[in-house]
Ligand binder design. Structure first.
Ligand SMILES: Cc1cc2nc3c(=O)[nH]c(=O)nc-3n(C[C@H](O)[C@H](O)[C@H](O)COP(=O)(O)O)c2cc1C
Length: 311
């Protein structure tokens, strides 16, 4: 289906068809190790996002932090898609206290197609993790702050890291976290989650930050470190990434430092002075022309249950 098809006022849509189109676009979201740990359920009235815990990474994500961040990115992609297709969206996060895996429930109402619809849909389909080394053209502090503002608007905190000493410490922490995680993965062996897309390349944590690389820490308030924060930060990560894509900037997450409890605590208390609970780092830069191929996605039937109302 072309990215423009289905653009309208939100009226004249069969709601189940609209849900399917929105989920199709939401599956383009980034996810940790391309694990795609989401499950969507439509009854023709509401569209539910559920965490798929069978896809959790057992080395480095025992508590489901990265899984929930990834689902947050999927949720933001769904919201962007729905609005671009001409819907207003009512979104309830964690709508049932007895069902923690139900992360969000969306209801769509006919609305108007925003002027940004085409650019928004284009950003969803253009976004990639491009791990090539960035060019040496620096990312300005203003650009980093603009991206940080996008994250704040989604209820998260994002702090640019420009101080040289902090960047060196973060580089060291990345190396330490990578070693810890490699040992944990080796201990777990085949019991660790094996993504069917395991050939997805990954930034080696020991690759040094280049002086021109922009660096942002994303997280939540100092006293909040649970699923509600993780979901919000995932949404903010997606929003920031889509904004960067529109501006021609490239984003590469460096999450390992927040996956390992010890390095996450050092980052929080010794580098960030306890100002926030860090959930991921992202490198920001300008890429040479060209874009990597899109990474594979699970088929729509695997990630979406289309049910009859009341079923
Ligand atoms: C929460 C989260 C953490 C991630 N951490 C890393 C990382 O540490 N290193 C990396 O190279 N990519 C990381 N990624 C990017 C994913 O590997 C990437 O989104 C996935 O492979 C799909 O590819 P795509 O982004 O090109 O669609 C992360 C993505 C998310 C959502």
């Amino acid at each position: 289906m072309s990215i423009r098809s289905g653009l309208g006022s939100g009226l004249g849509y069969d709601m189940r068809q609209a849900h399917a189109r929105i989920v199709e676009l939401a599956t383009l979201a980034p996810s940790v190790r391309n694990s795609q740990p989401w499950h969507w359920v439509s009854d023709g009235e509401s569209l539910d996002l559920r965490a798929d815990r069978s896809r959790v990474l057992r080395a480095g994500d025992e508590d489901g932090r990265m899984l929930t961040l990834s689902c947050g990115a999927g949720l933001d992609h769904a919201l962007v898609a729905a609005r671009a297709l001409g819907f207003e969206v009512e979104a309830h996060r964690f709508p049932r206290s007895d069902d923690p895996d139900l992360l969000a429930r969306l209801r769509l109402h006919p609305g108007v197609v925003p002027a940004t619809a085409t650019a928004d849909l284009q950003a969803l389909t253009d976004r990639r993790t491009d791990r090539r080394r960035f060019t040496s053209w620096p990312v300005s502090f203003d650009q980093l702050q603009d991206l940080a503002a996008v994250a704040s608007a989604r209820g998260a905190t994002a702090i640019p890291v420009v101080d040289l000493a902090d960047r060196v410490r973060i580089d060291l922490l990345l190396g330490r976290a990578g070693d810890r995680q490699a040992r944990a993965q080796a201990r777990l062996g085949a019991r660790g989650f094996r993504s069917p897309f395991a050939d997805t390349p990954y930034v080696a944590p020991d690759r040094d930050l280049e002086p021109a690389d922009g660096l942002l820490v994303l997280g939540g308030p100092p006293d909040a470190d649970g699923p509600a924060t993780w979901l919000r930060v995932g949404e903010a990560l997606s929003a920031l990434w889509l904004e960067a894509t529109r501006a021609g900037l490239s984003i590469v997450p460096l999450s390992v430092v927040c996956e390992v409890a010890e390095t996450r605590a050092v980052l929080q208390h010794e580098v960030l002075g306890g100002l926030m609970t860090p959930q991921t780092l992202v490198r920001v830069g300008w890429q040479a022309i060209g874009r990597p191929r899109r990474t594979p996605r699970r088929p729509l039937d695997d990630v979406l249950d289309l049910r009859s109302p009341g079923a």
